[in-house]
Design a protein around this ligand. Structure first.
Ligand code: GP9
Ligand code: MN
Length: 427
């Protein structure tokens, strides 16, 4: 009930990290283009296969000498069974996915105080999600209404004819191409979420789309993983070109993230060949890094930022860049540009990572040496308790639909899902 949300509110307000003045409001009033890199793990960055870069375009953003971009190389996903849907939930609400099932499905009709709705109410952003799959997948066509997303361009808006489709749906190249005119027609400022799909297990690719040879581990998914990653990289390069040509590039914050791992621990044998190391439980935790890359027009980037951070930190970071105080909202993450950013990264299992130590497989490890820590300090044990507590509080918010009882500030207006219509519902 409303007492429970007070406990949560006290916790999140206590965790809150003050914005960094250098960055606060630097993206105010700009469009936000949020690009979802399906199943993209950070080990791909600068990885060379057969003497070639696998993702030369994304590498060029990460290694950008002009310092337009900031790349977080210790950024982790925290998804569970909800996979993509968990990543969407967490980046737009700063809540964790549930320990079982997908909150999008089980709690899709909750009250949310999500980023698209806040940006709309505070700075007039219109919002849309673009994704070349059926709209009902992950219950998206319901939950988006509760998150205040104005338009949902699902597969019914795209040319889904034979050569354009593989695996789950639309190929990434036609996806970005056909999205461009819709994006150009959106009322500005906008919040647009572009969700790619081709680089998805089991990483199927048509011969004419494969521009790098598969790896040679003998594990088909792992071997093809590099080919679909290359295809995604090429599709993104084309999208950037189109954004520049349309002029949207200079008016838009571009934020790129990987949603979750692509190679599960069922593929440890092949993965150990790929990275040339045994995949221990600690190594597996290290491999849960996904990229987070951001460019704010007119703001100097930091090159590579090594802060330990994760999907829960995206929303508070975005709010502060837009010049909106994140403190009013219930959020478990903290601004990644803040001096006071909280650099512990809980996984959904209760395991966690920090710059100095991690807790994985019931064991504490030293982050620098990867050695087991036989006698964990009080601080480490406390950190472990805090992680458990934080996950529990987040679960209470979702399972108890507690945001019903929370009013962030005087300006906040609850989202009315009945005012949103997607696709055929419009007529
Ligand atoms: C389906 C796509 C894939 O629309 O988002 O979801 P995933 O299997 O990664 O959760
Ligand atoms: Mn996914």
């Amino acid at each position: 009930d409303s007492d429970d949300i007070t406990v949560v509110e006290n916790y999140t307000k206590n965790k809150f990290a003050e914005p960094n003045e250098e960055y606060f409001g630097k993206g105010k009033g700009k469009n936000v283009i949020k690009i979802h890199l399906e199943s993209f793990q950070s080990f791909l960055i600068d990885y060379e296969l057969h003497g070639e870069e696998v993702t030369p375009f994304i590498n060029s953003l990460v290694n950008d000498k002009s310092k337009d971009f900031t790349y977080f190389d210790n950024f982790f996903h925290q998804t569970e069974q909800g996979k993509t849907a968990d990543a969407e939930l967490t980046t737009d609400t700063s809540l964790y996915g549930l320990p079982q099932g997908a909150a999008f499905v089980t709690n899709g009709d909750n009250t949310f105080q999500a980023l698209p709705a806040i940006l709309n109410q505070q700075q007039g952003h219109t919002s849309a999600v673009f994704h070349g799959d059926d709209k009902s997948f992950w219950n998206r066509d319901e939950v988006y209404k509760y998150m205040g997303i104005d338009e949902f361009y699902d597969s019914s808006y795209y040319d889904m004819s034979y050569g354009n489709v593989i695996n789950y749906g639309l190929k990434d190249k036609p996806f970005f191409e056909e999205s461009m005119p819709i994006l150009e027609d959106m009322e500005e400022p906008f919040y647009a979420h572009m969700m790619t799909l081709t680089h998805h297990h089991p990483y199927l690719i048509d011969e004419e789309d494969a521009t790098i040879e598969p790896a040679g581990t003998g594990d088909g998914s792992v071997d093809r993983y590099f080919q679909t990653a290359r295809y995604l990289d090429e599709s993104l390069e084309q999208f950037f070109k189109d954004l520049k040509e349309s002029g949207l590039y200079e008016d838009s914050i571009i934020m790129i993230y990987g949603d979750h791992y692509g190679i599960s621990d069922n593929h440890n044998r092949a993965m150990s060949e790929i990275i040339g190391e045994e995949i221990t439980p600690k190594k597996n935790a290290d491999l849960q890094r996904v990229p987070f890359i951001i460019r704010v027009p007119g703001m100097e980037g930091q090159g590579t930022n090594h802060e330990y951070s994760s999907l829960i930190d995206v929303m508070p970071t975005m709010l502060h860049l837009m010049g909106i105080d994140a403190q009013d909202y219930i959020q478990f993450g903290t601004d990644m540009f803040s001096e006071d950013h909280k650099g512990f990264v809980p996984f959904r299992s209760g395991e966690f990572m920090t710059e100095d130590y991690s807790y994985v497989n019931d064991t504490f490890y030293d982050s620098e040496t990867d050695e087991e820590i036989e006698e964990p300090t009080e601080e480490m044990k406390k950190q472990k308790e805090q992680v458990m507590h934080e996950l529990e509080l987040s679960d209470q918010v979702l399972l108890g639909d507690l945001l019903r009882f929370y009013t962030p500030n005087e300006e906040w207006e609850p989202v009315d899902p009945k005012q949103y219509f997607y696709g055929k519902e419009k007529n």
